[in-house]
Design a binder for this molecule. Structure first.
Ligand SMILES: *[C@@H]1O[C@H](CO)[C@@H](O)[C@H](O)[C@H]1NC(C)=O
Ligand SMILES: *[C@@H]1O[C@H](CO)[C@@H](O)[C@H](O)[C@H]1NC(C)=O
Ligand SMILES: *[C@@H]1O[C@H](CO)[C@@H](O)[C@H](O)[C@H]1NC(C)=O
Ligand SMILES: *[C@@H]1O[C@H](CO)[C@@H](O)[C@H](O)[C@H]1NC(C)=O
Ligand SMILES: *[C@@H]1O[C@H](CO)[C@@H](O)[C@H](O)[C@H]1NC(C)=O
Length: 379
């Protein structure tokens, strides 16, 4: 161990006398974050400046909204002032086989048959494909031909896209191609083996908890461990971001400490699957996996918001997106001032408004939302 001095060992699973798996990070390196705050009343911005970046200290972004209706949009860029601009055209979403359409223009090149009876169509069983993207729902591209996706329990996959949409491919990163087994998402119990585990965020969607760890080059699913401290947890390095101790391995995991968009320049720890909000995300994900909606998506589009919304509906999608964003952008959305959220977390602001709208069961909508947001939700 002496040669590792100066490093902090994360997830050091000791099997006495055998082996251990190392994850390390430089312990003392404190993360430095810029601050994000509304423009002070004492500040004068030159015309059309919406973000003034002051580089002194750790950096501060002073934000104000764009008042000239011709230039309503504030493009953010790191370490610079920003000037109000024309709103960019919304990019046209070209749809994959299986997704809803009105005309051929709505469908991407993957949907070689265009829009057929309101659905973008690609290659069906036995027809040719150049990638997974070409095949209609239920099929995947093997040897340039669309064939049935592999069922749960079936062997022969390389990647999730080879399996039915409710299952992923359990395969080690260095395994021989085509030797994986299709396993249902969120189904593998605690301390059972999986063939891989993401080494930065300890996730594997095959695990019931979405959480895993690697010991002696073998990966295992873990229970839904919560954060040690009640979130939001402010941090200066990953070492502040501990989960509770796993009872079997007698070690905690550590989530990432990430800068946010708050006035104090604080960083926050990522959530763990045992945290309440992460649990709500997993519950909603389970609903989706158990719905028939995902059967209507192309194999590569099983978790794409466009396809999910088409078949699972806007309400389900609003709830799912809300929890998804909270879980995966957690440090970003802590302690934002409104003027800052509108520019740096615009997507989350819109997702929250949609969530509140549906939670509110279509009541009070006109008092809750501006006409613009309302219109953007309907389509
Ligand atoms: C940034 O904006 C401020 C306020 O408008 C202005 O005083 C400053 O000169 C700008 N800096 C640069 C580099 O443009
Ligand atoms: C920069 O950030 C560090 C860590 O948060 C903090 O200790 C320090 O005071 C900040 N420096 C300034 C000039 O704000
Ligand atoms: C792929 O197709 C070629 C030509 O049709 C065939 O010879 C080959 O055996 C196929 N490979 C697999 C793995 O099915
Ligand atoms: C993070 O951990 C360091 C080192 O253990 C400690 O000094 C610091 O106070 C912690 N930061 C927070 C915000 O808890
Ligand atoms: C500017 O932002 C504030 C707070 O975010 C908001 O209340 C106000 O309506 C905005 N003004 C315009 C013109 O958008």
């Amino acid at each position: 161990m002496a040669k590792h001095a100066g490093k902090l060992w994360l997830l050091l699973f000791l099997s006495p006398g055998l082996c251990f798996t190392e994850y390390s990070l430089e312990a003392e390196e404190a993360i430095l974050c810029s601050s994000y705050t509304c423009k002070l009343s004492t500040q004068e911005f030159t015309s059309e400046t919406c973000i003034y970046y002051d580089s002194s200290g750790n950096g501060t972004y002073y934000v104000t909204n764009c008042t000239n209706v011709a230039y309503p949009y504030c493009p953010e860029s790191a370490g610079k002032n920003s000037t109000c601009a024309i709103k960019p055209d919304p990019t046209n979403v070209a749809k994959w086989p299986g997704e809803k359409c009105v005309s051929n223009d709505d469908c991407s090149n993957y949907a070689t048959k265009g829009c057929v009876e309101g659905i973008c169509r690609g290659s069906s069983i036995g027809e040719s494909c150049t990638s997974q993207n070409n095949c209609d729902p239920g099929y995947h591209c093997s040897n340039s031909t669309c064939v049935l996706q592999l069922e749960i329990g079936e062997k022969g996959c390389n990647e999730d896209g080879d399996c039915v949409n409710s299952a992923g491919c359990d395969i080690a990163t260095n395994a021989k191609p085509g030797t994986g087994v299709c396993i249902e998402y969120l189904s593998v119990g605690e301390y059972h083996r999986v063939q891989s585990c993401d080494s930065t965020d300890y996730t594997n969607m095959l695990c019931a908890s979405n959480l895993c760890a690697t010991q002696c080059y073998r990966s295992y699913c873990l229970p839904r461990l919560p954060s040690l401290n009640q979130p939001p947890v402010a941090c200066t390095s990953n070492s502040n971001c501990s989960s509770v101790i796993d009872p079997q391995y007698e070690m905690p995991l550590y989530s990432q400490c990430t800068c946010g968009f708050n006035p104090e320049g604080k960083a926050y720890c990522g959530l763990f699957p045992g945290d309440t909000l992460y649990g709500k995300y997993l519950d909603k994900l389970t609903d989706y996996l158990e719905s028939s909606a995902l059967l209507y998506c192309n194999t590569e589009r099983r978790f794409n918001p466009v396809c999910m919304k088409d078949w699972w509906g806007a309400k389900n999608m609003a709830i799912y997106s809300y929890y998804y964003t909270i879980v995966f952008d957690y440090p970003d959305i802590q302690n934002n001032q409104d003027c800052v959220a509108e520019i740096f977390n615009a997507k989350y602001v819109s997702i929250s408004q949609q969530y509140e709208y549906y939670l509110d069961n279509f009541g009070n909508v006109l008092t809750l939302l501006s006409g613009v947001v309302f219109a953007s939700m309907i389509n």
